[in-house]
Ligand binder design. Structure first.
Ligand code: PEP
Length: 253
């Protein structure tokens, strides 16, 4: 069966350990019975260890870091290495547009991080997307090709891709699901059938069903709405219910 994945990117929200605790516990308790969807929480890195403890008994919810450095160790003040992330999380978001914009991350750095994540046994969630609505899909395609430079196809099952048009992130202007499906189909040519491709950009409980309706889309990356527990849980439930109404996708060989 095809995987269904929902990632909650907390960005730099949940600014106290108490808030992070309440949010995690509430999500953990309410998603336990949701079927056939993998849930990944990406809190601020400083809360990862604490949250890993809260989720210890939960087989449903996994953890992601929001970023990492590509060197395994060394004199890199302020950075966090793949080996450190691996202790507490299974996934890492890489190449998020906010990192590309505010921290000048380049395609080459994203590629170095993707290589380092795979080497460390962490699944990278590679974010790609165009800046302007209506532009060609050249930018996300190029970003994905460059992120995967030098990575053999055998590793494509070890990555996740998130198509996140920048104009849709945090703007309330979510992309048309039919358009997203078209872009996802194009991105799919670069990766393997085993690579889940998600959509991200102003996803909420009112529009989630329209993405779940598209068989091309394997999940969503949720930003702002993921730090409101009830809203995030609702997104996960609607996704699961909508997918369950569709004919079961065959096992991909
Ligand atoms: C994101 O953080 O990648 C994101 C998609 O944010 P939002 O859902 O708030 O648009």
């Amino acid at each position: 069966m095809k995987r269904s994945i929902i990632v909650g990117n907390w960005k730099m929200y949940a600014t106290s350990i108490a808030d992070a605790h309440i949010l995690t516990t509430s999500i953990r308790n309410h998603v336990a019975d949701i079927k056939d969807v993998e849930i990944i929480l990406a809190p601020p890195t400083i809360w990862l260890s604490e949250i890993a403890q809260i989720l210890k008994q939960s087989r449903k919810t996994r953890l992601a870091a929001q970023n990492m450095f590509y060197e395994p160790d060394g004199a890199y003040t302020g950075e966090i290495s793949p080996l450190m992330i691996k202790e507490v999380a299974d996934y890492v978001i890489l190449g998020h547009s906010e990192r590309r914009e505010y921290f000048s991350e380049t395609d080459l750095e994203v590629n170095e991080k993707v290589v380092a994540a795979i080497k460390a046994g962490i699944t990278p969630i590679i974010c790609v997307g165009e800046k302007t609505k209506g532009s060609t899909i050249g930018q996300p395609l190029k970003e994905l090709q460059e992120a995967l430079a030098g990575i053999s196809k055998t590793h494509h099952k070890d990555i996740l891709v998130a198509y996140e048009p920048i104009w849709a992130i945090g703007t309330g202007k979510n992309a048309d699901p039919a358009y997203v499906a078209k872009v996802v189909t194009k991105l799919r040519e670069v990766v393997s059938v085993h690579t889940p491709i998600l959509y991200g950009g102003s996803v909420n409980s009112s529009n989630i069903a329209s993405y779940a309706d598209r068989p091309e889309i394997d999940g969503v990356l949720v930003g702002g709405a993921s730090v409101r527990a009830a809203e995030f849980v609702k997104i996960c439930k609607i996704w699961s219910e909508t997918k369950s109404l569709q004919p079961r996708a065959k096992e991909v060989k």
